[in-house]
Ligand binder design. Structure first.
Ligand SMILES: [Zn+2]
Length: 107
């Protein structure tokens, strides 16, 4: 006897790592494995306003699909509270904007 996957698991996107948080009995949240991007960032100081500290760490980047929408997570490893969770379209716009900024940096 083998267990059939639930209907939501049977429709996993190809990037799903197979570990699901179930929103309810019928809906699973599909997640990709995380990618880690080493990053140095300026952070607010003790006043919470002035960005006078520099910290190094990893950014966690991944995909999640839930209720038919796909989201891109960008999160400092030590603060999920400061995460960006973007639609795919928003992440594409961010990607294009960063690419344009980097092109403009070339002398
Ligand atoms: Zn899945």
């Amino acid at each position: 006897m083998h267990a059939e996957p639930s209907p939501s698991e049977a429709t996993c996107p190809k990037w799903c790592n197979g570990i699901h948080d179930h929103m309810d009995e019928r809906v699973a949240s599909h997640r990709s494995d995380a990618s880690f991007v080493p990053a140095v960032e300026r952070r607010p100081g003790s006043d919470g306003v002035t960005f006078d500290r520099v910290a190094a760490g990893d950014l966690t980047v991944g995909l999640e699909q839930c209720w038919g929408d796909t989201w891109v997570w960008i999160s400092p490893e030590d603060s999920v509270r400061r995460s960006l969770v973007l639609t795919l379209e928003s992440a594409h716009r961010l990607h294009r904007t960063l690419a344009k900024i980097f092109e403009d940096l070339v002398p």
